[in-house]
Design a protein around this ligand. Structure first.
Ligand SMILES: NC(=O)c1ccc[n+]([C@@H]2O[C@H](COP(=O)([O-])OP(=O)(O)OC[C@H]3O[C@@H](n4cnc5c(N)ncnc54)[C@H](OP(=O)(O)O)[C@@H]3O)[C@@H](O)[C@H]2O)c1
Length: 290
């Protein structure tokens, strides 16, 4: 766990903000934005100096000590069994330790994620809010699709399902607003955030392909084959089974509608997937694997 304050001084208005999952897709961006505002940031993850581990509650008190607010990104998935109990227990500890604001990253259409949201609110923080996000665009560049894109074929069991992919930068902007903006606009609220339009997974892959100027195929496959492929790539079998089960549940079109959540919170439109694809292609992260 690192405890830097960006400027050498703790920001007296925001206080130190604990960013759980602060090295991941959303948390890293939340931390960057908070530091840019001069807020004190403490990253909590298993790899930080004083580790924070969701599976080891004895590591939690040191993380919340002296903290005014916290961004809560649960790992591995906020909808998995055990997540709501852990999120609830962490939130209760945070409230006892005097944390004023809690912002939970949640997912759309997942009954387990809904239970985690309820557990967060039940802990009674002075200001608790939820950022309920659609499927991240960054799954294609920082998540489990990244290696597939580099190899030239994205194999996923969701051929005809439209998804309003959201840019993790927008999630972070909304989360930072919920952590630092007027509490009256956020306490007790669920900000359901998506990208501005839904694309099917083959359409998203085609956009990535066009952005990198190289053929990248979308390969439909069965859920079981997806699970076995993850295990073949080194994923723990239980994780692969749970993730596949989750995708089997939510990839039925229930999350296909775009929301105005980003506009409502930030007063601007959410970033489009094609902007993400062009910007990301320019970084070289999708250079072909040999
Ligand atoms: N990806 C999506 O499309 C999507 C959509 C909606 C919601 N979500 C939710 O987003 C959350 C994940 O957030 P993310 O995608 O921003 O993060 P991420 O990229 O998956 O990174 C995981 C972060 O959590 C840390 N971490 C991993 N295991 C941990 C553990 N046992 N205890 C403590 N920290 C741990 C990692 O650092 P260390 O490895 O150093 O511990 C890292 O900072 C999940 O709850 C998921 O349900 C994801």
């Amino acid at each position: 766990m690192t405890n830097d304050d960006g400027n050498g001084n703790e920001n007296t208005r925001t206080g130190t903000v604990l960013v759980l999952g602060g090295t991941g897709k959303s948390g890293r961006r939340v931390a960057e934005r908070l530091r840019a505002r001069g807020a004190g940031v403490r990253i909590g993850s298993r790899g930080t100096e004083t580790p924070f581990d969701w599976e080891r509650p004895e590591t939690w008190p040191a993380a919340v000590s002296g903290v005014r607010s916290a961004y809560v990104a649960y790992s591995p998935d906020v909808g998995f069994p055990g997540a709501s109990e852990a999120v609830g227990a962490f939130a209760e500890l945070a409230v006892r330790e005097g944390v004023q604001r809690l912002v939970l990253l949640s997912g759309r259409g997942e009954p387990g994620a809904r239970r985690s949201e309820e557990a967060l609110f039940a802990a009674g923080a002075p200001a608790a809010s939820v950022v309920r996000a659609s499927f991240f665009a960054q799954n294609f560049s920082e998540g489990f699709f990244a290696d597939m894109v580099r190899s030239g074929a994205v194999a996923f069991p969701a051929e005809g399902v439209p998804e309003p992919f959201i840019d993790a930068g927008d999630i972070a902007d909304v989360a930072v607003e919920a952590l630092t903006g007027d509490p009256a606009r956020h306490a007790g609220r669920v900000h359901e955030v998506t990208g501005p339009r839904a694309l099917t997974f083959p359409e998203a892959v085609a956009e990535v392909s066009a952005a990198v100027g190289r053929e990248i195929a979308y390969v439909p496959l069965a859920f079981e084959a997806f699970r076995d492929g993850m295990v073949g790539q080194g994923a723990p079998p239980e994780f692969a089974a749970r993730l596949t089960e989750l995708f089997g549940e939510i990839l039925d079109g229930r999350n296909s509608a775009a929301t105005g959540g980003v506009r409502d919170v930030l007063g601007r439109e959410a970033a489009d997937f094609s902007e993400y694809a062009k910007r990301t292609a320019a970084t070289g992260v999708w250079a072909p694997s040999s």
